[in-house]
Design a protein around this ligand. Structure first.
Ligand SMILES: [Mg+2]
Length: 280
């Protein structure tokens, strides 16, 4: 821990001290795991489902642990992309084992049904007011979004979750108002809505320099795409289960793909913005 470089008296870790400081008129936020905790634990739905199905296509001398590792590896690798990509890869895995897979979309529907069982009480709780947005957001995320809006930052949400769900969940959490319609999720037309496309378009349409743009997320897709256009990448390594604190596994992964800064949550958002803007 001692070799980590924190902004003094904070939990904001500076990975690249030379990241470009200054105002960031545009900010793209990943949604699940970065702002919203509604879908917390989705991996614990997707991975067991796949492991269960793939058991019928076990390779000779393959242990259950090895099968689990195969699934875990590609699910993690594709996290942050639209969900269908994980299902495409899964179908390929079955085919490579000599099986005849269902269509990726059928696996996706199966997964979403199971995931809904896990999250329906959270959504209902928010709708009925028995749960508050603060119960299901990354700590400080809404305050961070508000503070950025107050500085005139245009905020985008981009997610691999189906777009109607992202829009509804952002509204339930009181986050949608900060993005003012700039909310993108997965649609049937895959190529039109990837995070890479959203970032490229906003850079092009607004004639932005990379350093005027920041990407914020807990997955490596948004971090990689942000770095590719020269933006500042803020990694959010929240322990989702405990709704706060640092998830070491996420931190490690975010570091590996080039995050400039890593935070456990947004509670120190004022100092964080000061650091990003070059005021501190
Ligand atoms: Mg995420």
């Amino acid at each position: 821990m001692t070799d980590r470089n924190y902004l003094p008296n904070s939990r904001i870790e500076i990975i690249d001290p030379d990241f470009p400081r200054g105002p960031k008129p545009f900010a793209l936020f990943d949604f699940d795991g970065t702002v919203s905790l509604i879908r917390e634990g989705w991996q614990e739905v997707m991975i067991p489902m796949m492991v269960e199905i793939i058991e019928d296509y076990a390779l000779p001398e393959e242990s259950p642990q090895q099968r689990y590792a195969v699934v875990h590896e590609f699910v993690s690798f594709l996290t942050g992309k639209q969900t269908i990509y994980q299902m495409i890869r899964f179908a390929e895995e079955i085919a490579s084992r000599g099986g005849t897979p269902l269509k990726p979309l059928e696996y996706k529907e199966m997964y979403l049904e199971r995931l809904w069982e896990r999250i329906k009480d959270r959504v209902a709780g928010l709708q009925q007011g028995t749960l508050q947005p603060a119960d299901l957001v990354v700590p400080g995320a809404l305050e961070m979004l508000r503070a950025l809006r107050e500085r005139g930052v245009r905020i985008f949400f981009a997610s691999g979750t189906d777009e109607p769900n992202v829009i509804e969940e952002a509204a339930l959490l009181g986050a949608a108002e900060y993005a003012q319609g700039d909310i993108y999720g997965a649609t049937a037309d895959l190529l039109d809505c990837s995070k890479a496309m959203v970032i490229e378009r906003l850079i092009r349409e607004n004639d932005l320099q990379g350093n005027e743009f920041m990407g914020v997320g807990d997955g490596f897709v948004e971090i990689e795409e942000t770095k590719r256009v020269g933006g500042v990448a803020l990694g959010v390594a929240t322990d989702e289960k405990n709704r706060g604190g640092l998830d070491e596994w996420k931190r490690e992964r975010l570091m590996r793909v080039g995050a400039d800064l890593i935070i456990p949550d947004f509670e120190e958002y004022e100092r964080l913005i000061g650091l990003l803007w070059g005021e501190e």
